[in-house]
Design a protein around this ligand. Structure first.
Ligand SMILES: [Zn+2]
Ligand SMILES: [Zn+2]
Length: 337
């Protein structure tokens, strides 16, 4: 398990000097991978340890088109990769899993949390009607747009496979030498979202577990209660010194954050994440006419207005707006019943 730790005072003097008794700081290569048709970028990270690890894989084309050229430029290769560590099962993070695994070292091990296993095993699992990709089209009642999106998702998943190692949280994964990864279950964005934390260094690879204000200004999570608990866990117990995130998310002031954050910016991002969750909960409370069993976009107009989105134009609302609000509203409906 993660440990609640008093941070040794010596680590704040200069984190780039290896302190006796502290683990070696491995080189981390961040790789921005373009995906989708709206300028999306997902960050994949190579951890240069004795047993090198790749955190996430981008979409189907990413390993060949983006990751391998970036690794070659850094003097390494996908052929060196012994661990593929998936932060969660969403298409922009595991779409390239089959391709990356086939290009990696013999005996490579692909690790993913058990709660997201179905997203790796089945392309169709990404498009279930109430799932993270299709729900918005139910609100918009747009079958043609749904069909186009379905085709996009299918072609961006490189294969269907089982994880070599199903994670549950709490595992320690040795990358050789004194480099060890601790697996922390941080659900909410998806049920199987995890954070990989380098033991002793407190560098966290959070994927999409910490959304701040999301990329479009609205965070994406399917379970509001789990999401809030995960932000609290990271903020109070894990207390990372460095965050490596899956995208460049927006801060509460509207600025776009770097994908890697250090020191005080880590605490600020986590605080903003909690504050934005509270804004989403407040926006959800303005919605009074929604039938969650038969959702319609116009019922969400008050929440759109509360968040500064164009209330009269649901097609302009970001996908995350539908998914995240639906989570809050479905929970409220259960509590009323
Ligand atoms: Zn995601
Ligand atoms: Zn993502």
């Amino acid at each position: 398990m993660y440990h609640v730790h008093a941070r040794p005072a010596v680590t704040v003097i200069d984190r780039y000097v290896n302190v006796p008794g502290m683990p070696t700081e491995p080189r981390v290569v961040p790789i921005p991978c373009p995906f989708g048709q709206t300028g999306g970028v997902v960050y994949v990270y190579y951890i240069d340890a004795p047993q090198p690890a790749l955190v996430d894989t981008g979409v189907a084309a990413s390993p060949q088109a983006t990751i391998e050229p970036a690794l070659r430029a850094a003097g390494v290769s996908l052929k060196d990769v012994r661990w593929i560590l998936a932060t969660h099962g969403h298409w922009d993070h595991i779409g390239g899993a089959h391709a990356a695994r086939s290009m990696a070292a013999d005996g490579v091990s692909l690790a993913l949390h058990a709660a997201d296993a179905e997203l790796l095993r089945s392309r169709r699992a990404h498009m279930v009607p109430n799932g993270y990709q299709a729900l918005r089209f139910r609100y918009l009642d747009d079958a043609a747009a749904l069909a186009r999106h379905d085709a996009l998702i299918m072609e961006n998943l490189s294969g269907e496979l089982a994880a070599d190692r199903a994670l549950n949280g709490g595992e320690q994964i040795s990358l050789g030498g004194d480099v060890t990864i601790e697996v922390i279950h941080t659900p909410g964005h998806s049920p199987g979202s995890v954070s990989f934390v380098l033991s002793g260094l407190d560098w966290a690879f959070t994927g999409d577990s910490v959304q701040v204000c999301g990329s479009p200004g609205v965070p994406l999570y399917v379970d509001p209660v789990a999401y809030a608990a995960s932000q609290k866990l990271l903020m109070e117990d894990v207390r990372p010194r460095r965050l490596h995130m899956g995208h460049r998310f927006r801060a509460l002031d509207g600025s776009v954050l770097e994908s890697v954050l250090d020191g005080p910016s880590v605490e600020r991002a986590l605080r903003d994440s909690v504050a934005m969750h509270e804004r989403m909960a407040a926006a959800a409370r303005t919605v009074t006419t929604l039938d969650v069993g038969n959702p319609r976009a116009d019922a969400l107009a008050p929440a759109a207005e509360a968040l500064g989105l164009p209330a009269g134009d649901p097609t302009a609302w970001p996908p995350s707006f539908f998914t995240t609000l639906h989570g809050h509203l479905a929970r409220a409906a259960v509590q009323r019943a």
